[in-house]
Ligand binder design. Structure first.
Ligand code: HDE
Length: 694
């Protein structure tokens, strides 16, 4: 409001109506300032509410429509803004400007999602993570809509809705949420052997990532890159986190979903807020049709990967996520990705799964966002100039000034007109020679469903293999039908690995009939090291969370040292007391804590430090604190025990491995502690934890 004192009638009127735009006074959707937002318009103090109350109606009408259909799959996600910049030399492969212009940072928006659960489901479920990147290039928007797993469940788009119906919560009761551990999913798997390879990935640690910053991304399908002189190469896109790839252990995942269902979204959000911007290197396996013809799998089959030992990944550029969305709904919910959003210099192939996707995404956005003008929503709108002859439709925001909305025209000098050969930005489909009959068939080259499942399983570290065995066993334990379990063993597992089949069968007293081993499997004992998470270690401990346990009588110097060291590593050390109230140090001075050991459970941290002091007895009589250490130990996390707390190793029955560190002072152990945190988990400890209750 103006501070001027009204002196005349006109000034009085000004005083009443003038609203200072800096004050952000609450208004109706049409800008009418609202005088009272607490009470609706009634007759008398207790009388009925009037239909006349346009402010009440304005509010309720909007509220009643605030939900839009959630995505059929990938409903739960987290988004972030960032930029991509290309490395030198990509013009050999492509004319796509954002991949060759090394001076420009191309803005991007990324959305990472789970597949099965609805919008309100928990984060750390066993599932594929969708990983979509929208590049706002100067030649139009390009979407790379991938997953954190390099292959897919099915080979042909016509089977997608069957697969999704099977994996989603079951029909009669909408159970279970966010899980594939149920009858219909495993029924589908057991009856469709093309799912075998993908099933090994979803049962692997890739499906329970530590956070969204530590997942790889894959385009899955084979695409084409086209150079300025129209030479084509085939490519499979990969993007690899510079943070390394990391997983949680299964017991931890189960607990996390209860203790912090937003664990992944929170981690991504916090890391961007704290300036620890996650980065990925975008690359591609680049090969020719001749190369592909020589391999014993078909590169158009999306259930197959190309081992990196056969075709290494060529780095193309790097992307960084450096800004959180301002408005979840406007950005993360309304963003509309599609593999059909493509730019000149990149093209599709005839992968039958990709071909179906080219239709499905636009179709789903029309339903989900409710208008053909969904590309005008700010998060979907191109940043380059665009000129179409499209007019009208629900919620059209564009106001075109031209008279002619057709082409060719003489009234506006024939603008906008087609680009013809004037620009390399103009999209031209790759001229692929194709002839044949119209058929509904699956090519024979797609028939081997097992060799790569075996390749994946055999390439992993022992602990990763054990996790896969345990994951199949857990999932099938939730399947009621004995026939389905037996069929998973008979049709899928024995064709992947006999030992895997035997292990899982034993859990249910099932028989392994190894006479059923697939004849279609290609011989070979190839392994591919790059399929294992262990090939992607972290090179620092940025954003890793360390729980620092304190009690009354703690040593303040140790707390300061650990804090200082963690800060210098861009890691996060949080002081946790028995409650959220300050504790007293050895000198009886108050020590502020960041939270309590019950409120901030061990599963939300990567490592734990037990601060020394004159309080050993207090510590060992605190059940929560003891459980904290045992649970961290069980989840294979590094533990640093200072001075008097070193005795806890024997007291709690811990095996002193490379992650259980005793030290008089923080500085003695900091390098070993850092290395243990960087290596993420002490996998060898798994053997010893079976006796630990938690
Ligand atoms: Fe999707 N998929 N998909 N998909 N997909 C959708 O589009 C579909 C497939 C993927 O963050 C939907 O906007 C079909 C493979 C991601 O907004 C829908 C087929 C891969 C996302 C759809 C596939 C993906 C989706 C649902 C088989 C990895 C989330 C809402 C022919 C390469 C995008 C939407 C986001 C979302 C259809 C298979 C990745 C229904 C028909 C393979 C990351 O259009």
């Amino acid at each position: 409001m103006s501070n001027k004192q009204p002196t005349s009638k006109i000034q009085q009127f000004e005083k009443q109506t003038y609203v200072d735009p800096n004050e952000k006074v609450l208004t109706s959707s049409l800008g009418t300032p609202v005088s009272d937002n607490q009470n609706s318009l009634k007759i008398g103090e207790k009388g009925p509410t009037l239909l006349e109350d346009f402010l009440l109606r304005d509010k309720l009408i909007h509220f009643d429509r605030e939900r839009i259909p959630e995505r059929v799959v990938h409903a739960r996600g987290a988004g972030a803004h960032g930029y991509f910049h290309a490395y030198e030399g990509n013009e050999k492969w492509t004319k796509a400007n954002f991949l060759i212009d090394t001076k420009t940072k191309t803005p991007i928006f990324v959305r990472i999602s789970t597949v099965q659960g609805g919008r309100g489901s928990a984060d750390v479920v066993r599932d594929v993570r969708g990983f979509s990147i929208k590049f706002f290039t100067q030649e139009g928007n390009y979407d790379l809509v991938g997953n954190n797993i390099p292959v897919f469940f099915i080979q042909d788009a016509i089977k997608f809705s069957d697969f999704v119906h099977a994996v989603k919560p079951e029909n009669p009761n909408e159970i279970p949420t966010g899980q594939s551990a149920h009858d219909t999913f495993w029924d589908f798997i057991s009856l469709n052997t093309e799912t075998a390879h993908m099933s090994t990935w979803v049962m692997s640690d890739r499906a329970i990532p530590r956070n969204l910053r530590s997942i790889q991304g894959f385009g899955v399908h084979t695409y084409r890159l086209i150079s300025a002189d129209n030479k084509a190469v085939l490519v499979k896109f990969h993007w690899t986190p510079l943070q390394g790839v990391a997983q949680v252990v299964w017991d931890e995942a189960l607990k996390l979903n209860g203790m912090d269902p937003d664990f992944h979204r929170r981690d991504l959000w916090d890391s961007i807020e704290q300036g620890n911007y996650p980065e990925w290197e975008l690359g591609a396996q680049i090969f020719s049709e001749e190369d592909a013809n020589g391999w014993d799998f078909d590169v158009l089959d999306p259930t197959k990967l190309i081992p990196e030992e056969l075709v290494p990944v060529t780095p193309l550029g790097k992307f960084v996520l450096n800004k959180n969305p301002d408005d979840f709904f406007a950005e993360t919910e309304q963003v509309a990705f599609s593999p059909a959003n493509i730019v000149s210099g990149i093209d599709f192939t005839n992968d039958p799964l990709l071909q179906g996707r080219l239709f499905s995404y636009t179709d789903t956005q029309l339903h989900r966002l409710g208008t053909v003008n969904f590309n005008q929503i700010p998060i979907n709108k191109p940043v380059c100039p665009f000129h179409t002859n499209r007019r009208g439709g629900y919620a059209n925001h564009e106001i075109y000034q031209a008279k002619a909305n057709y082409e060719p025209n003489s009234l506006d000098n024939n603008w906008p007109r087609e680009a013809g050969d004037r620009s390399t930005s103009a999209f031209r489909s790759y001229e692929e020679k194709i002839e044949g009959c119209k058929l509904r068939v699956r090519p024979e080259s797609f028939a081997d469903h097992f060799s790569q499942a075996t390749l994946h399983f055999s390439s992993l570290e022992e602990h990763e293999k054990q996790h896969i065995k345990d994951a199949y066993s857990f999932e099938l334990s939730k399947v009621a039908s004995q026939e389905i379990k037996q069929r998973v063993v008979d049709n899928i597992l024995i064709n992947i690995d006999l030992e895997l089949a035997r292990y899982v069968s034993k859990q249910f007293g099932l028989q392994v009939k190894d006479t059923q081993i697939s004849q279609k499997k290609k011989a070979g004992s190839l392994t591919s090291k790059r399929l294992s998470i262990s090939s992607f270690p972290a090179s620092d401990i940025k954003q890793r969370k360390i729980a620092v346990l304190v009690h009354n009588g703690c040593n303040p110097n140790s707390i300061n040292e650990i804090k200082k060291w963690a800060d210098s590593e861009n890691a996060i050390a949080e002081i946790l007391g028995p409650s959220a109230a300050p504790v007293k140090d050895v000198n009886n001075n108050p020590v502020e804590v960041d939270g309590s050991q019950t409120g901030e459970p061990s599963v939300t941290y990567d490592a734990v430090v037990i601060i020394d002091g004159e309080n050993y007895d207090e510590f060992i009589s605190d059940g929560v604190a003891k459980h904290y250490v045992l649970e961290s130990y069980k989840h294979l996390k590094p533990i640093l025990l200072l001075k008097d707390k070193a005795e806890l190793v024997d007291f709690l029955g811990l095996n002193q491995d490379e992650g259980v560190l005793k030290a008089e002072k923080v500085k003695e152990a900091k390098d070993a502690f850092k290395l243990a945190i960087q290596n993420h988990r002490i996998w060898d400890r798994e053997e010893f934890i079976k006796a630990i209750p938690a």
